[in-house]
Design a protein around this ligand. Structure first.
Ligand SMILES: [Zn+2]
Length: 116
């Protein structure tokens, strides 16, 4: 009989030999952190968790991860030289987009929870 392991993200049981949870896609087990391709998949999962927050703590995490660099680049955009201003404009655009999406997703998820 196959041993079952619990997913740390959704608490569902998985076969011991899986690398990613069959229920939510979270990395489980050790191989997902060694294999480079699986590592990319695991990082992708973490990125999606942060950019699609469904809990307040993940929403705060998104602001800490992307908000602090965003405000630093806004500072460089105002006070930097021409090259730094160019690079900062790009960074502000991408970080702003990530945060905008996280914000939109969090409040959409919150609204869906209230309605159900
Ligand atoms: Zn899971």
């Amino acid at each position: 009989m196959n041993k079952q392991i619990l997913c740390p993200t959704c608490n569902q049981e998985n076969d011991q030999d899986v690398d990613f949870c069959v229920h939510c896609g979270a990395p489980v087990g050790f191989i997902s952190t060694i294999d480079p391709i699986k590592q990319i998949r695991a990082q992708g999962f973490m990125y999606r968790r942060v950019t699609r927050p469904d809990r307040f703590i993940l929403y705060v995490g998104a602001w800490i991860l992307f908000g602090i660099p965003l405000f630093s680049f806004v500072f460089f955009l105002v006070h930097g030289g021409i090259l730094l201003k160019g690079l900062s404009a790009l960074a502000v655009f991408f970080l702003g987009r990530v945060l905008y999406r996280a914000h939109k997703y969090y409040f959409k998820a919150k609204r869906n929870r209230k309605n159900s």
